[in-house]
Design a protein around this ligand. Sequence first.
Ligand code: GLA
Length: 412
Amino acid sequence: MKYVVVFYVMVGSVLALDNGLALTPPMGWLTWQRFRCITDCKKYPDECISETLIKRTADKMISDGYLAAGYNYVGIDDCWMEHDRDQEGRLVANGTRFPNGMKHIGDYLHNKGLKFFLYQDYGNKTCAGYPGVLGHEKTDIDSFVSWGVDYIKLDGCNVEVSKMDSGYPEFGKMMNESGRPMVYSCSWPAYQDKPDYESIQEHCNLWRNADDIQDSWSSLTSIMDWFAARPELASYAGPGHWNDPDMLLIGNFGLSVDQARVQMAVWSVLAAPLMMSVDLDTIRDEFKQILLNSKVIEVDQDELGKQGMRVWNKSKCEIWTRELSAGFAVAFVSRRDDGAPYTLRVTFEDMKIPKQNYIVQELFDQENIRNIRSDDERFETRVNPSGVKFYKFVPGQNNEIKRSAEVIYFLE
Ligand code: GLA
């Protein structure tokens, strides 16, 4: 019996993903949400999945401060390949759209201090019908290594769901054995009714839990509800392994500025990967400011790595709270559509934070910093329809705060 246990522990430790990556949720940019499977570069030269798109995005990541803000992965999702493998059975990038191949893309990104993120699928074919890795795992990992890939999103179309529980860990093990550290994003649970999250968090750096996000407020709020209904998922998140509610819609067609702030705030409470998917050449400034908000990013990237959750839900308003290494992040989300900003007056208990003195700062509008005392009955805020107020509560009191607005901003 003893030997069986020892053997099991050894096998477990060999298989477990231990690549030292994604100690905070990965940040970057990915093609899918905005550019989907646009492959006609003649008709849509600015939108097709191509070397041109990746290079112009990479350039913007640097020039507009996204890399400096922490977004360091640049990802090509589905539709980058030829429909057939080469004579040696290797994957081939589409020759028209990626005329210099994938190593060229890897080099271009690395020379700029960015990292290379690539999509593949565990099945026979990707979701869009291009070749998948099944039966070619080792060959494909060798290709990824030779191209300098730093991050693999392994989707789960066109494969039996029952194969995933062993297949995803095996693929991760082969990635580890390649010697090249690569973030491993698994879509494994998104295809299962009862995912084995113990195993998933042991073998993947992040995992898509559920359905694809679409460019609308209703899709965004349905994903929020999905996570709110499963608070137990928070326990699987931590440094090196994260739940993934999918890409950021911010800057595209479906969300208002207020709604975009909601996604940024709730994703940060969820310790979610922050993958933008937007045309960085044409994004409007107010959306760019949301993506580049360093105080919100700081919440997402908090080193404690503890995922938060929805803790309160009344009158079409919600509170989402996350414990941070120093204090708490508290998002007040309104899903109302009536009219004027809605006033909320809530208790410490409603926010699920300990009753103590706090210095409180709003992270989008930079309202005046406030002192909240442990004997205060209520915390009051006002939230726009389908909008958010996002606060950081840091334990302590600051005697300077009441003096003047200058002092308040100076304290930042
Ligand atoms: C699935 C994934 C998406 C995207 C597409 C590509 O639907 O969930 O995120 O990668 O496949 O075909």
